[in-house]
Design a binder for this molecule. Structure first.
Ligand code: ASP
Length: 460
């Protein structure tokens, strides 16, 4: 069976796994309830959740070594660190522009749809009462509040500091990828200037990267089972607890505003950007990286999905390893279009619920802080919910507003993570255009079909 056929089969198996998981998540609590065994629900879902957790851990275990070796391999493939200048600028430009476009889509939709006006009376009363209580508390505890970042300047400062670590091992242990990426770029950059003296080390890094990619392919064979367990356990417990569907019904307008926004960004804006820069068929591209998109939906984590995104963007979508190694790891932590869109919509929705009209200037502040908050969010489940406090406080909204949306956040997280991952993969394809075509070929590019005169390795 050809490799592409194998990929197609795997994708189909993952889709079936997700559908089966949703079915089980709905049917099992219902059946247990009907049999008068509702207490058994958590007992039944616990072993399933262990299966999901194992798969998640296998993916997460790969992240730190993979980020380090793939970023280093990417820089080594350039031959000369200075060649990173232009693609690097394009990558950052792409991250910021697409994130900002996502925020604009979100802001337009939330103002037009006005989901805050559609909220159920009871929920409205509760949210407003909580806001009053919280504002009174805040007034009493100003000192505590002082430590929180409020202005865009403060957030910017924190973001810059996030790039550097005083202890790389600690960053790795905590899964803080940004300092690891910065270190890997600089370290590999230094290696490129040392020539033969470090040839052993450079081939070690490349080979380690190759081996890790093989390991990812192996782990992905278990993806259908792992994804089934992850989705069934999460949906099953949420449905059994009852609050999820109830809240979803109450704030359905908000839910759909975010989902429509994500659909516009993922199915129109990003494809348009990809097509404009590369003339590639964006929907075909999506199919080619569909395993990564499905994994993103199932894990709600860009970081955990990173190994799959890298592997599929190179092997299935045919984007150069140089570009992927550089753009995707960085993108997985700082390029979060879906998260930015959601943060903007959620903040305005909370304002609407609380009956606070935000001026145009305040909405601009929301747009900027949502972009920064998304850059600052880690690629882990529900990180966006945490950084949203920054957006809320920037326009004087009480963070208690988050309680209105918290019960369904894990579900929305899956949609926004999928868009985040899509943005990273498409970014790699866009930036690929800007790598100098006269560069030496990526060190692990497939060998040419017809053997020619043997050459020396052009990279070292
Ligand atoms: N879960 C998202 C991600 O990993 C971040 C978020 O929006 O919470 O990309």
């Amino acid at each position: 069976m050809s490799q592409s056929q194998q990929h197609k089969n795997l994708t189909l198996q993952i889709v079936i796994a997700i559908l089966a998981a949703v079915l089980v998540a709905i049917a099992l609590p219902w059946a247990l309830n009907a049999a008068g065994m509702a207490d058994w629900t958590s007992t039944v879902f616990t072993p399933i959740s262990i299966g999901g957790e194992i798969f998640l851990r296998l993916l997460r275990m790969m992240v730190v070594p993979l980020v380090v070796t793939s970023v280093m391999t990417g820089v080594l493939g350039l031959g000369d660190i200075r060649k990173l200048g232009r693609p690097g600028m394009i990558a950052v430009g792409y991250y910021i522009t697409t994130t900002f476009l996502a925020v604009i889509v979100g802001l337009v939709l939330v103002n037009v749809i006005n989901p805050g006006s559609a909220i159920d009376e009871e929920a409205l009363k509760k949210a407003r009462e909580e806001a009053v209580v919280q504002e009174a508390e805040v007034a009493n505890e100003q000192a505590e509040e002082n430590g929180k970042p409020k202005s865009a300047g403060d957030i910017g400062k924190n973001l810059i500091l996030m790039l550097c670590s005083d202890n790389l091992i600690e960053s790795a242990a905590k899964g803080d990828l940004l300092p690891l990426i910065v270190f890997s770029i600089v370290f590999a950059g230094v290696l490129t200037t040392m020539g033969e003296r470090v040839s052993g080390l450079t081939s070690f890094i490349r080979q380690a990267n190759e081996a890790l990619m093989e390991l990812i392919m192996l782990i992905m064979r278990f993806a259908p089972i792992g994804i089934f367990c992850l989705v069934a356990a999460k949906f099953g417990t949420a449905i059994a607890e009852g609050e999820f569907l109830d809240t979803l019904r109450k704030i359905a307008a908000y839910f759909f505003t975010v989902v429509i926004g994500l659909a516009v960004h993922g199915l129109i804006t990003l494809p348009a950007v990809l097509w404009l820069f590369t003339r590639r068929n964006p929907y075909r591209f999506m199919l080619q990286i569909s395993d990564a998109l499905l994994t993103a939906f199932s894990t709600a984590s860009s970081s955990a999905t990173l190994p799959v995104t890298i592997e599929r963007t190179i092997d299935n979508a045919g984007v150069s390893r140089k570009s992927v190694d550089f753009v995707v790891p960085l993108g997985s932590t700082i390029n979060m279009d879906g998260t930015a869109l959601y943060e903007a919509v959620a903040a305005i929705f909370i304002a609407q619920v609380l009956g606070r009209d935000l001026t145009l200037a305040q909405q601009v502040v929301v747009a900027v802080t949502a972009t920064l908050a998304a850059i600052g969010a880690a690629g882990i489940p529900e990180a966006g919910l945490v950084t949203m406090q920054i957006v809320l406080t920037s326009v004087g909204l009480p963070t208690s507003g988050i309680s209105t949306i918290i019960t369904i956040d894990w579900f929305l997280d899956r949609f926004r993570t999928t868009v985040n991952v899509l943005g990273d993969a498409m970014g790699a394809a866009v930036v690929d255009q800007y790598f100098d075509s006269s560069d030496p070929p990526a060190p692990v590019a497939p060998a040419p079909e017809v053997a020619t005169v043997p050459e020396e390795d052009p990279v070292t």
